[in-house]
Ligand binder design. Structure first.
Ligand SMILES: [Zn+2]
Length: 166
């Protein structure tokens, strides 16, 4: 069995258990959407997920996509990135964690920062009285494309300014 099939089986079992425990209906749409999510690498919006379902020849309404993504987030099978952008960005929950994302404040694009030292510290950070499920951090700023278009110039920070006076 391939790794991808194995992953699909694991997440389908988790959804099944979640629905059963809450006495929710086992609808084909929910499982088809879950499968599409776990075939998708990186982030996607609800509208993009609807298009993916259309390509899979399993068309669903945008209302179904919204309702199902909400359910899957609650079931800890889908991650909703918590920052504000025009539309919410979703991503499957899959190893490896932790992750550090760079978020562009202009275009909303996100990319991963691969800094081994930072990731190691982040992974080992203890979280007393808190059960951690996945470790994610965000660094905000502007991507190189937007930086060029904004002609954004790095200004000295307040701290640096203050240091000049002392
Ligand atoms: Zn950008």
């Amino acid at each position: 069995m391939s790794e991808q099939n194995n992953l699909q089986e694991i997440v389908a079992e988790r959804l099944q258990a979640y629905l059963k425990a809450r006495k929710l209906r086992h609808t084909p749409e929910r499982f088809a959407i879950l499968e599409a999510i776990y075939e998708t690498e990186g982030t996607f919006t609800a509208e993009q997920l609807r298009e993916i379902m259309e390509k899979k020849r399993f068309p669903v309404s945008i209302a179904t996509v919204y309702a199902t993504t909400r359910l899957l987030v609650e079931a800890n099978l889908l991650m909703r990135h918590p920052y504000n952008s025009a539309s919410a960005l979703f991503e499957r929950i899959i190893d490896p964690y932790p992750r550090v994302y760079l978020v562009c404040g202009k275009c909303g694009n996100i990319s991963q920062l691969k800094n081994k030292e930072l990731l190691n510290v982040f992974e080992q950070t203890r979280t007393p009285r808190f059960t951690t499920t996945h470790r994610i951090a965000y660094i905000y700023g502007f991507c190189s494309k937007c930086q060029r278009s904004l002609r954004y110039k790095k200004r000295p920070s307040i701290k640096q300014k203050n240091q000049k006076h002392t």
